[in-house]
Design a protein around this ligand. Sequence first.
Ligand SMILES: NC(=O)c1ccc[n+]([C@@H]2O[C@H](COP(=O)([O-])OP(=O)(O)OC[C@H]3O[C@@H](n4cnc5c(N)ncnc54)[C@H](O)[C@@H]3O)[C@@H](O)[C@H]2O)c1
Length: 341
Amino acid sequence: MKQLDTIFIAGGAGYVGSKLIELALKKNYKVICFDKLVYGSKSIINFKKNKNFQFYEGDIRDKKKLEKIFKTKNIDFVVNLASIVGDKQCNTIPESAHSINFNGNKFLYEECLKKYNKVKKYIFASTCSNYGIVDPDKYVNERSDLSPVSIYAQTKVDCENYLKSKKKDKIQTIILRFATAYGISSRTRFDLTINSFTYEAIKYKKLHIFSKNTWRPFVHVSDMAEIIIISLKLKNKNKISIYNAGYTKNNFSKQQIVSKILKTLKFKVSVEYIDAIIDRRDYRVNCDKIKKTFKLKSETSIIKAINEIKSAIIKKKISEKEIKANLLDQNCLRLKKIFKK
Ligand SMILES: NC(=O)c1ccc[n+]([C@@H]2O[C@H](COP(=O)([O-])OP(=O)(O)OC[C@H]3O[C@@H](n4cnc5c(N)ncnc54)[C@H](O)[C@@H]3O)[C@@H](O)[C@H]2O)c1
């Protein structure tokens, strides 16, 4: 009988990770999820009865724990999603954010290189936030300069530079610079533009929008999972490849997102636009390279996701308690409690 390939997913209990595990198990992979469970374990409860799923609780910086797992398991692919994600989250615990995002990635990568391993590919989740602020009339591509404007993006750029410096190693690395995610997963984040605007519109019938003309690329969380799965088996000649991970036609300004939400929800929501800048990022991203190389189907639309979120909230598939726990301020409080600085 053919042995199933095994994927080690660091940060698998998170927003993207839980969606990825669902898809990987469906595609007949064995999954080892490694996570510190910063946001709890509810997101992975349903996987625990699957014989192809294993879970290890731990910190990605714990070299000994990583070594113990890698020495005893036959791991084919490693996907690193473990991270302190987001600007405010990283600003809340800057020292830990750097140590987790950078050292964690380095330790995990170094583990993959050890002799007893047969890891073929290392997939690193980076971000389009690395582009920072660019001429809003132009689209950046993978060759454009990076100008991070936050600790979060800086940690990701540092990781990219570290991985790029490892060109001579035996394993192939793929860096996916993901767009901003939207949609439902087992840990739906409500600190992300589309998800949080949709929630606020439903709950308060009111939106306060800062910097309405700033642009950003978006990608559905299911499409992110699909992209990661395709990247595992991708035949690439280069030791290291970088892709903007999203869809070129899915770049929108905040005002355009609001207009999609209002049209889809079909009830009256009052919108106040505020000129103050609380997030300086402003970029449009060309994702044609990934579309062509990965042969991506069309994206899961923002309208579909707004309807998904609406239905989940109204039918109480996601409770108010769960939403509140996944709002920005709650996430930051939790990080402060766990990591202190
Ligand atoms: N969601 C997005 O919009 C988006 C966009 C671009 C890139 N990304 C990248 O995708 C990855 C996943 O993002 P997400 O949205 O799922 O975030 P998330 O916060 O939901 O998931 C991160 C996971 O990492 C775990 N984690 C944190 N610190 C850890 C540590 N020290 N050791 C082990 N595990 C730890 C958390 O418990 C959590 O389960 C991240 O690397 C992020 O930078 C996400």
